[in-house]
Design a protein around this ligand. Structure first.
Ligand code: 13P
Length: 374
């Protein structure tokens, strides 16, 4: 027994986190990813999710079109001014730009960190409230993470979801999802990948912003407690939460000031200051809302402590208008790239707290899709 305690102690750093031979590299990656005025592009939709997107523009969902879709965005000249990392799906990590370089090679060359979604999607929780879900993908995880590292990825993302029903979520869902996220995080750090830990309290439902606040605090504190138990290195990970908002079917829309206050309060009550960055998902907010809310959190006079970089890791709120402008046609590439860069720039300004809604005209249509999956 004492021997096992000694072995465990030997694996810990003086500060309690696990050691990793990648520690310095992980911290450097985090620093690059959380550079001021930059955020992440989530382009990690599974083949099934791309299907829904392509149906909207009448485009066949094949590997080449999926490649073009991602090349459209990452090949936009100047993207590196606003984007510090891109999250890919497994298939896309090995796809190539027109010049023959792999996506990770290309991004690394222009100073953007390539990342990968390592979870294998949602599954029914079975026990818990009806419809609650857990996330699969831990079996054989270390070997997969090592392979992605060799393929050029330097960070990863894992998403668990929480569905508010009758104003709450089950204890069981909170517990099992926290354990899964924490185990994923420490295994990723051991393999050289910065883990983005994504506990998403879904926007679906009729709940109030106060209920979203209460559930978010419960969920995030359980995740943080599990991360402690598993020995995470806090300065070598990032959190990707929802913003605290009323349910999409509540009939209410919160002001940017309310969202900023509730969200930063909830983070302040739960997240250690050693975590360098919070990279929000857009979760069905409109493109303009996602920028406005982020800007409100970053405005100089918020008056609530926020020791972490607060930035974006959006999929829908960065891509939707660009996808429409592209429409699957090669001749629309330049126009679609302009639209994409506009959104990236708006979110960059939001990160800096200098976004001006009046100067940002497009994209106020809701992107909410009930029960959205990746
Ligand atoms: P949305 O910004 O569309 O919510 O997607 C972000 C993401 O990566 C969800 O896993």
């Amino acid at each position: 027994m004492s021997n096992r305690v000694e072995v465990f102690k030997a694996q810990l750093s003086p500060y309690g986190g696990l050691k990793s031979k990648y520690y310095e590299e992980l911290k450097a990656t985090v620093k690059q990813m959380t550079a001021p005025g930059k955020g992440l592009l989530a382009a990690d939709e599974s083949v099934g999710s791309v299907d829904k997107r392509f149906k909207g523009i009448n485009l066949e969902n094949n590997a080449e079109n999926r490649r073009k879709y991602r090349a459209l965005m990452i090949g936009a000249a100047g993207i590196e001014q606003y984007v510090s990392g891109v999250i890919f799906h497994e298939e896309t990590l090995t796809q190539k730009m027109d010049d023959g370089s792999s996506f990770p090679e290309y991004l690394t060359r222009i100073g953007i960190v390539p990342g990968i979604k390592t979870d294998r999607g949602l599954a029914p929780l079975i026990v818990g409230a009806p419809g609650e879900q857990c996330t699969e993908g831990l079996d054989g995880y270390v070997a997969r993470a090592q392979k992605y590292y060799k393929q050029g990825a330097r960070f990863c993302k894992w998403r668990n979801t929480y569905q508010i029903q009758n104003g709450t979520v089950s204890e069981h869902a909170i517990h099992i999802n926290a354990e899964t996220l924490a185990r994923y995080a420490v295994l990723s750090q051991q393999a050289g990948l910065v883990p983005i830990v994504e506990p998403e309290v879904m926007i679906d439902g009729t709940h109030s912003i106060e209920q979203c606040f209460a559930v978010s605090v419960r969920v995030w504190s359980a995740v943080v407690s599990a991360l402690h138990r598993h020995g995470v290195m806090w300065d070598a990970m990032l959190l990707k939460p929802n913003m605290v908002v009323p349910g999409a079917e509540s009939g209410t829309v919160a002001s940017p000031d309310e969202v900023a206050r509730y969200t930063v309060w909830a983070l302040g009550r739960t997240l250690p200051a050693q975590v360098a960055g919070v990279t929000f998902l857009s979760g069905g907010l409109s493109e303009v809302q996602a920028s406005e809310y982020l800007a409100a959190m970053n405005r100089p006079n918020l008056g609530i402590a926020r020791p972490w970089r607060l930035t974006f890791s959006y999929a829908r709120a960065l891509q939707s208008s660009a996808l429409k402008a592209w429409g699957g046609k090669d001749e629309n590439f330049p126009a679609a790239r302009r639209v994409f860069l506009h959104r990236a720039k708006m979110n960059s300004l939001a990160q800096l707290g200098t976004y001006d809604r009046a100067a940002d005209v497009k994209g106020s249509e809701s992107l909410y899709v009930k029960g959205h999956t990746y």
